[in-house]
Ligand binder design. Sequence first.
Ligand SMILES: [Zn+2]
Length: 348
Amino acid sequence: MVSRVASLRTVAGARRCFGAAARLSEIAPSVWRVGEGRPRVAVLGGVHGNELSGVEVVKRLVSEMRGTTEHVEGEITLAIGNPPAVSRGVRFIHQDLNRCFQEVVGDPAMPLGMEHEQSRAQVLMPSLRGLDVLLDLHATNKPSKPFARLPGPVAGRKERFASAERVFLRALPASCRTILWDPDTLIAGGAMSDEYALQHAPFEACQRSGEQIHPAYICYESGLASDKSSAGAIYSAVHACFAELGVLRCPNTDSAVEEALGREWEHFEITDVFKLDSRGYEWINGFGSQNFQVLPPGAAFGRRLEPPEELHAPTGRDSYLIFPKGKAFWIPGWPLGWLARKLMPEEL
Ligand SMILES: [Zn+2]
């Protein structure tokens, strides 16, 4: 059952707001800001340049807010993550920007002049520190149901999920009912935007009208990268988030979001990573074609070539193939994909 109770909530009606008039300004290339103080919210699109729906949403928000006076209480930052990659329609120029959000200046393995994403991360990182809410909008390179990936260790994730659901997830289309956790940071070693934001969260929760706003750092994966059809629903959910936080006084009163209250979320947790080595690789038995593909216990899903070695799913339970990489994204020493397991409700 996807939704037990569906209610229609107008975006304007969520909270009373009384912010000061402010104008959107570009504070760094393709980084725009309006307002000041808390709550501090950031919306990123195009951290991967070929993921179009998030780019569409950020562009729409910028064009809507540019040139008008907004009444904001708090601060909104909007950013296109990797503008040159967006212009070229590619995931990245030199390296994956969403592996660069860490306090390390320069990578000794990176030849001089090949550090575009590292310097871009340095431009974006100040906007990711001290945030109350981050919405980083992504899409996948293989077909996928929509899902949200949430950062942080096992401890406290029930609370982190509750605040993410309250500020954003519940306003997403009912087709989004999947959450992915990576408590051991097997995807990026803790260097993704949402992980960086969590590491640099404010010391104290923001108080608003006597209520506490709990921080939420969310990476939303809306489906296939080339598909822009989800942009409208994401845009409405972002506005619902602004309204829930009381940050924007004059939201688009026409937009309404359908909330599927009590939607039954499924939680998954990354358990394994497998990487490309010098032996080469191929997907086998029809695996590797989509995200969250079910691997029965012990199933052979891939093969290293010379000398040959089959890769098998763990025994005893189903596993799920996460972000399986197509050949275009194979880099020696880098992941070919990840395995996840489904969490029982009591394991959250
Ligand atoms: Zn992405």
